[in-house]
Design a protein. Structure first.
Length: 410
């Protein structure tokens, strides 16, 4: 008997007991669907974290003005401006692992255009900030160091600000007012989306640092060159730790901190945080897939159980085939093909259900899901292996029945 005949016989046998066949395949269907859906959820979480990593920029370290102790009272990070533009220049000059540094000061203000207004974040910085944080200018142009040195009243606006102030009108060249000071819109930034902490990165107006400090945010009385933060870019992902150590050592030296004193600044290596989150998401994806795979094993046990019942029901048929010349391998192949057919059909239906479940989860729960072709193939291949693994014992039992005993079976 060739394979085609065995497949035909297997399909005929499955059609005879349709309900039993469907119930047997249910375990495989649920298992394959669960594997695909769970891996899609895990992969979606990983992809979302990777997108957040890209949105903050490449190899970014953020140094924030830190806490200080005064009169026994310790104030929080960022409440005292302990960093300066001179620190930024020194880091670029003296830290070999650092490529770029952008000093930055930020605050909030009401922005007015015509009869519309919008409260947004005001970011005073230098042209390097856009490069470090991977901000792109969608229309118009960016400001330059000439604008920073000359305290030019120009601005770059994010997509959220542009939409709320200008709607569908071109914003480039328009005059906006920030704290009653007129600014010319030089350009509109390309969309960035939300940050990892849920902040809208498009709800921002960027100004030349000197302009922001003099016209909008105010200048510190203690040090006119002080800034709220330094955004540092390492020369490569492998030099992040080295860059962080060099920056910390230099700033401690410049701020004349004694060995027993705490840093008067805070360093945040966001890449390490995101890498930990990404690893957690990957582990979650593997665990979800492993848990879902248990359903496939349960489905395989169901196939073995039904195939054993089938062998018992068809004992006389098996004895008759053996008596008229069928070989043991023909019987083995026949029942093995039935088990594999059950698994493969269940696997195909499971793939369809899994894909549908992934889309449904994404739509109803608003979770990011990413369907993996590899997960689909692995789940389908595993369902075939389940059919072979759990179908072999009943098939072997059928193949080695004694023909005489089988014909006598009632």
């Amino acid at each position: 008997m060739n394979l085609l005949i065995n497949i035909t016989i297997a399909l005929r046998a499955l059609r005879v007991n349709r309900l039993r066949s469907v119930l047997t395949m249910l375990g495989i269907i649920i298992g394959v669907a669960a594997v695909i859906a769970m891996v899609a959820v895990g992969s979606g979480a990983t992809a979302q974290i990777q997108e957040q990593i890209r949105s903050i920029g490449s190899n970014v370290i953020i140094v924030m003005s830190g806490s200080m102790t005064s009169g026994g009272i310790r104030v929080g990070a960022g409440s005292v401006l302990t960093l300066s533009e001179d620190d930024a220049k020194a880091i670029v000059a003296e830290c070999p692992a650092v490529a770029l540094v952008a000093p930055s000061s930020r605050g909030t203000a009401q922005v007015v255009f015509g009869n519309t207004n919008w409260s947004t974040v005001i970011q005073g910085t230098t042209p390097e900030y856009l490069q470090v944080r991977d901000f792109m200018v969608e229309s118009g142009r960016s400001f330059t160091w000439r604008d920073v040195d000359g305290s030019t009243k120009v601005a770059l606006i994010g997509q959220t600000v542009a939409q709320n102030l200008f709607g569908n009108t071109d914003a480039v060249g328009q005059i906006i007012r920030i704290k009653k000071v007129p600014f010319t819109v030089l350009g509109v930034l390309a969309p960035k989306g939300q940050s990892a902490w849920g902040q809208d990165q498009d709800d921002v107006i960027m100004l030349p640092l000197s302009t922001a400090k003099k016209k909008v945010l105010g200048v510190s009385q203690a040090n006119a060159r002080s800034v709220g933060a330094l955004v540092v870019q390492a020369r490569g992902p492998t030099m992040m730790k080295e860059a962080e150590e060099q920056v910390v050592a230099l700033l401690r030296q410049r701020h004349r901190l004694q060995p027993e004193q705490d840093n008067d600044f805070t360093v945040r290596n966001l890449t390490e945080v995101f890498a930990a989150q990404e690893q957690s998401a990957r582990v979650m994806s593997i665990l979800l897939g492993a848990i879902a795979s248990v359903s496939l094993v349960v489905g395989g046990i169901g196939i073995m159980n039904i195939m054993l019942v089938s062998v018992t029901e068809r004992t006389r048929e098996i004895g008759l085939r053996l008596a008229v010349g069928a070989k043991a391998r023909d019987i083995l192949t026949q029942f093995l093909v039935e088990a594999v057919t059950l698994s493969l059909i269940g696997g195909l239906i499971g793939i369809a259900v899994g894909l549908g479940a992934s889309v449904l989860v994404s739509y109803l729960a608003q979770w990011s899901t990413l369907i993996s072709g590899g997960a689909v193939l692995v789940a389908f291949a595993f369902s075939a292996l389940v059919g072979i693994g759990f179908g072999y014992y009943p098939a072997r039992k059928a193949a080695f029945l004694d023909p005489i005993e089988a014909l006598r079976y009632e």
